[in-house]
Design a protein around this ligand. Structure first.
Ligand SMILES: [Zn+2]
Length: 437
């Protein structure tokens, strides 16, 4: 009894000593604490701390004996590549991708500071990036750590990539990476990239995302007195375009409202700005009796892989912004819409794609349910990988989780995070062991 008391006392003393002598409470090294460490690195735009994120991930890779190298396609924008060499490295390899950067957060609107990674008593880990997409970035590593502990040997080589700038379009990250010799030499056969949380108990999986276009339309016309009715003013021409574009938008939206297609399966067109008017010192800021000679509007357009981009360009040129009305336009295509062989950027989710079958079986094996494969409404770096003709599934194992990417109070439950590690263990082991007949 006495010695037990003594030990208790010693332990207590030690705890007090540690708590008082360290600036931070001593944290255990667990999968959750390592996730929190990664979440605390300030990777939000406009100044993502890429070097701290990469150093941290390298330390994780070293702790489990993974090969690593850093590539840089644009100064100050590193891309980290981890590799676990398979027993048959001549087979096409697997790529598990995630991005290093995060979107900004407004701290005043959050319950906990966005980079504190506070875990509340109910297990929610609050941080920008908790869902998008530092979760998968760490789950890949944790799954490999566990498989290594179990002495698993992959047949195919496994690569894990951490790319910069996904949240700002990826032009200095994934877009350059997929066209490099470094990428070519990886000989990738199949890839996984980020998906989205699912409020229900099924996992969501995406076989394509939509290609974003920015459309600027500009009308020029004769200026004139605000009281006069005459043809071909810039505003009149712009308004005519807005009407035609609105009708197209409604026709697409009606299909969604009728339940015939998901939001992500139609062409969305949303006005994002309108610019016109002659400025003055009046209360409204504009001269109210002058019809301006220029008027402009901007649109966010998203095309699903099933859309025909040439047909869309014809529609814009002939119907939306006809030159005959003294109008001009500019389409800003943000990324590819067809792969290098001219095919739509989609990954097959049927028996003709053996990777899909292995993926599906692995999810069932781990006790997960898969929702019907979807097109992602937004855009990810997967489109650049698909552009090279490589099948990619967008998947983040987060079921029973509210969709909070880019939202205030983004968080992920610890139990969901830990389950995700188990899911990737099964995915990595089955995909890396898969040999085509
Ligand atoms: Zn993301």
């Amino acid at each position: 009894m006495a010695s037990l008391h003594c030990r208790h006392f010693l332990l207590l003393h030690l705890i007090i000593l540690t708590a008082t002598s360290l600036p931070f409470p001593l944290e255990q090294d667990t999968p959750v604490s390592r996730f929190q460490q990664y979440l605390r690195i300030k990777t939000a735009h406009p100044e993502p701390d890429y070097s701290s994120a990469v150093s941290f991930l390298i330390s994780q890779a070293q702790s489990i004996g993974l090969q690593y190298r850093t590539l840089e396609f644009s100064p100050g924008k590193p891309l980290l590549l981890l590799s676990w060499i398979g027993s048959n490295p001549s087979l096409p390899s697997l790529l598990f991708n995630s991005h290093l950067d995060s979107v900004p957060a407004e701290p005043s609107k959050w319950l906990h500071p966005p980079f504190s990674a506070v875990r509340t008593p109910d297990g929610r880990i609050h941080a920008r990036g908790a869902q998008d997409d530092k979760c998968i970035g760490m789950q890949y590593i944790e799954a490999i750590r566990n498989l290594k502990h179990k002495n698993f040997t992959p047949t195919r080589t496994i690569h894990v990539s951490y790319v910069p700038d996904e949240e700002i379009g990826g032009s200095d990250g994934a877009a350059k990476f997929v066209h490099s010799m470094d990428f070519e030499n990886l000989n990738i056969g199949f890839a996984l990239d980020e998906g989205q949380a699912s409020p229900g108990d099924e996992f969501r999986v995406f076989y394509a995302d939509r290609s974003p276009w920015g459309l600027k339309i500009k009308a020029n016309g004769r200026p004139g007195h605000g009281s006069r009715m005459y043809d071909n003013s810039a505003m009149e021409n712009l308004m005519k375009s807005l009407e035609v574009i609105s009708r197209f938008r409604e026709s697409q939206f009606d299909v969604v409202k009728a339940g015939k297609a998901a939001n992500s399966e139609v062409i969305s067109v949303n006005p994002v700005y309108v610019k016109a008017g002659v400025t003055s010192d009046t209360a409204s800021g504009f001269a109210m009796n002058v019809q301006p000679s220029e008027a402009e509007a901007g649109f966010d357009i998203r095309l699903p892989p099933t859309a025909n981009p040439e047909e869309m360009k014809r529609r814009i040129a002939e119907e939306w912004v006809p030159a005959i009305r003294n109008m001009s336009y500019e389409i800003i295509e943000k990324g590819p819409i067809r792969d290098d062989m001219g095919r739509p950027l989609m990954t097959l989710t049927n028996a003709s794609n053996p990777w899909w079958l292995v993926f599906e079986q692995a999810i069932t094996f781990v006790g997960g349910k898969l929702a019907k494969p979807e097109i992602l409404a937004s855009t990810t770096d997967a489109r650049y990988i698909r552009q090279r003709g490589i099948p990619v599934l967008n998947f983040s194992p987060m079921s029973n989780t509210p969709i909070l990417l880019h939202d205030h109070n983004e968080h992920l439950r610890d139990t969901v995070y830990l389950k995700g590690i188990e899911v990737y263990e099964t995915l990595i082991s089955s995909l890396s062991s898969f040999i085509e007949a």
